[in-house]
Design a binder for this molecule. Sequence first.
Ligand code: TXA
Ligand code: MG
Length: 355
Amino acid sequence: MTELASGQARYGVVAPTAAAIEAAAELLRTGELIAFPTETVYGLGADAGNEAAVARIYAAKQRPRFNPLIMHVADIAAAEPLVVLDARARSLAQRFWPGPLTLVLPRRESAPLSLLASAGLDTVAIRAPRNAVAQELLRAAGRPVAAPSANRSGRISPTLAEHVAIELGDQVAMVLDGGCCEIGIESTILDLSGDRPRLLRPGGVPEEQLEAALGPLASPPEESQTAPRAPGLLRRHYAPSRPLRLNATSARDGEAMLGFGPQAATGAITSAAVLNLSQRGDLVEAAANLFAMLRALDQAPGCTGIAVAPIPEHGLGVAINDRLRRAAAPADEWNDDRGPAAPCVLPGIEDDEAP
Ligand code: TXA
Ligand code: MG
């Protein structure tokens, strides 16, 4: 067990015996990433309540953006503490769970879920997979598991354990081999957070079956027929209410400071509220802290704005900067899924590095 906790154990591709599933659950509980089969595609799973573990998902997938992730639970009872199920959601879950239907629902304030996993949204995408190995794993883990498809960003979703091993083998502590995925395409994503049910992604549950249960669905937002890149960015996305000033080396009067790296604190001693995304300059740690620290500084008493230190534009820094630029842009700019032009310092945002 010490081996597991230290993060050194690497098991490779293993048959899903009861012992292997228990070991995988223990790896999840200690913050490791594991890949597991679902009836749709293989998932790259992390403890959905562990910010650092979730940050490692984005690093492993090399995602340039913090797209929100799907939370996996064993059944409706396990979803209850996380999301608010209205009558529509409850009846769909009763009919289609466990199975390839993801529901986007309002997040409970008390939900023990990583803010990064839902990219700061006040909604959560959630599903109960029916694959037997996934079910056993979720029950053994005893907690929700955040899992995107287990491929590198921009690649095809894996339907065999070998696919995962080739693409992400060096990134995961274990790949549970459940053979070939029964369905082979991702889950259908249905947004029930608004008045009218909206199909965000066609998938394993045919649209007709949903319409038979719900009546006509609202059409998906434009350009997101197959894969909404970051649908949450369209609306209700968390953005600080205070203005963000990017690439700042120090805080000005009244500003809170969000630093990065060992030098950050000294540049900001004049500020009342100072937080550091990662004292040691670790981008994975910075990603894990990003949303929680933005929230905290947005609420810090007596501050009028938030100065943010420069974040290196590599690895997870690319996604962090993407998110920061969106948060810094005026609301009408970040309403657009494409966000403001990148990479740049936004007009009107000064660069403290300038002479
Ligand atoms: O079949 C599947 O759904 C697989 C297996 C592993 O369960 N998972 C999967 O995850 O396809 P991923 O990360 O590749 O796709 C998740 C999709 C993304 O398009 C994301 O934008 C959307 O779900 N999503 C997640 N949370 C959302 C939210 N709160 N609102 C709207 N869309 C959301
Ligand atoms: Mg995917």
